[in-house]
Design a protein around this ligand. Structure first.
Ligand code: SAH
Ligand code: SF4
Ligand code: F3S
Length: 482
């Protein structure tokens, strides 16, 4: 874990709100120090993250605050401060939280000084907060996505209170810059470019729990990228629910109003950065300008994650995706033609209300035609409050299961055949760490996002090296340093 804490000194901080939060860090620090003295030991804290890269990035901010306050990082939930950063995109994410909270209660019984906090997307839903109040009343602090920047203040309040503190905001138009962050990797980092989503796909809870789309100013984004690069970061991933609608919320005539393609090009120009990724573009907003920028900037990773969700026009219409099977195929074809080295990956939902076997055949047809390099397939999960939750023709479980298995087989076929194409090539990879199962091997990520494992020295972690791709094992490669 990198211990570089960005923006932690007051002289670098401009945002008034983040200055206020730094003052709370000082206050909370005194409380933690006093408790340490009383207990005669160091205090520990653990962050548990569910969900997407946005949440992972938020957790880096939470952990920075906890460390600045004086907690040592713990890897298990048997700690003095545990914070769960939740996701609610599908029901299984919700269930995972309740399982973990159940286990956590036994740690809390053994440690009277332990504090438990829950934050993130799921806390934006009243029903989830009610359930915690009723069944997990040992939780000390609950807050949501819009006021996460206030964590230092909430932590300070929590440390001096015995009552459950709940602070949830319905909406915000605020972006607080300059909060401390503690990166998980010293050499790569996510960078938020926008928050929230305006698309309202009918199955999706994200617009309700993350609010309306708010783009960060391009100056702030570039400033953050420059700082990260100075700090040793070599690869950034620009994050947003719909990155290619970046800037649409700026008014005409605002000098900040630039397109995502222009922003991407500016980020590529930041000295010290060697690779730039982005996640997630929406097919309906994918411009030719963006393709031009990717084509002429070798720093941009050769990977486009282009969520399909479904391949049938009627289902796409009912999902409110605002593209058709044909327009998606055209776009994918254009990408393949102009950028033959780019891996195209996708997300697909099976079992959306009204989805027939024939509709799934359309999806499978798209998978075959695009020959996706990888696809995340999800079973539709009904989210309360979304339009699709009240659609009448919900699909029976056994039909969903059958369609899911059929789709998965084809996805695996195309992914295998795409990966196999790289055999024998030499690729530049960013070495991310030691292999999970064999510590004589390193794991590197290619520009197109494929992983390769190869023998090498730990000193190479964080470096770009050339690796020969010897053997394809389905989704990853075994290789040797070139
Ligand atoms: N903004 C991104 C990511 C959204 S969440 C996008 O538009 O793609 C990540 C993925 O979760 C989505 O692409 C979708 O495939 C899946 N997902 C979202 N809501 C879902 C639901 N109710 N049930 C099943 N999968 C869902
Ligand atoms: Fe959800 Fe659609 Fe927004 Fe993605 S684009 S976050 S799927 S509403
Ligand atoms: Fe989950 Fe929230 Fe991300 S619901 S997928 S953590 S935006």
């Amino acid at each position: 874990m990198s211990i570089n804490i960005l923006n932690s000194s007051k002289s670098e901080v401009k945002d008034a709100e983040s200055l206020r939060q730094l003052q709370y860090i000082e206050k909370a620090k005194e409380k933690v120090a006093a408790l340490e003295k009383k207990l005669g030991r160091k205090l520990t804290a653990c962050t548990v993250t569910f969900g997407c890269q946005m949440n992972a990035r938020d957790s880096e901010k939470l952990l920075a605050t906890l460390k600045l306050v004086g907690y040592e990082e713990a890897t298990t939930e048997n700690a003095d401060f545990v914070i769960y950063n939740t996701c609610t995109v599908r029901d299984n994410a919700d269930q995972r939280l309740f399982g973990r909270l159940g286990q956590c209660s036994s740690f809390k019984r053994q440690n009277p000084y332990m504090k438990v906090a829950v934050c993130g997307c799921m806390m934006q839903e009243q029903s989830a907060v009610d359930k915690i109040k009723k069944s997990y009343s040992f939780v000390d602090l609950i807050f949501g996505t819009h006021n996460i920047y206030k964590f230092a203040e909430l932590l300070d309040t929590c440390l001096e209170s015995d009552r459950m503190i709940i602070d949830i905001w319905k909406e915000t138009d605020k972006i607080v810059e300059d909060l401390p962050v503690l990166r998980k990797y010293p050499f790569k980092s996510g960078v938020n470019i926008s928050f929230g989503c305006n698309n309202f796909c009918t199955y999706c809870i994200v617009p309700y729990v993350r609010g309306r789309e708010r783009s960060r100013s391009p100056k702030e984004i570039i400033r953050e990228c420059e700082k990260l690069a100075q700090d040793g970061v070599r690869e950034v991933m620009l994050l947003g629910q719909n990155v290619n609608s970046y800037g649409n919320d700026f008014k005409e005539g605002d000098p900040d109003k630039i397109s995502f393609a222009e922003l991407l090009e500016e980020v590529c120009a930041v000295e010290g950065l060697r690779r730039v990724r982005f996640m997630t573009p929406h097919p309906k907003d994918f411009s030719d300008e963006l393709l031009d920028v990717i084509e002429r900037n070798p720093k941009i990773a050769r990977h486009i994650h282009l969520p399909l969700q479904a391949g049938n026009d009627e289902i796409l219409r009912r999902m409110n995706r605002r593209y058709t099977k044909e327009s998606y195929l055209k776009l994918a074809e254009k990408i393949r033609k102009r950028l033959p080295d780019v891996a195209i990956t996708t997300d697909i939902i099976v079992g959306f209300p009204g989805e027939t076997k024939e509709a799934v055949d359309d999806t499978i047809d798209v998978v075959r035609k695009v020959s996706f390099d990888n696809a995340f397939t999800f079973i539709y999960s009904k989210r309360a409050g979304t339009p699709a939750a009240s659609f009448e023709d919900q699909v029976p479980e056994e039909v969903v299961k059958e369609n899911f298995d059929r789709l998965l087989k084809v996805v695996q076929e195309t992914a295998r055949s795409q990966a196999a194409k790289l055999s024998g090539r030499t690729e530049t990879v960013l070495v991310e760490g030691v292999n999970d199962h064999d510590d004589s091997l390193l794991t590197g990520r290619m520009s197109n996002n494929t992983l390769v494992h190869f023998p090498g020295d730990k000193k190479l972690i964080g470096e770009f090296v050339d690796v020969r791709l010897d053997e394809c094992h389905g989704f990853y490669y075994m290789g040797t340093l070139a």
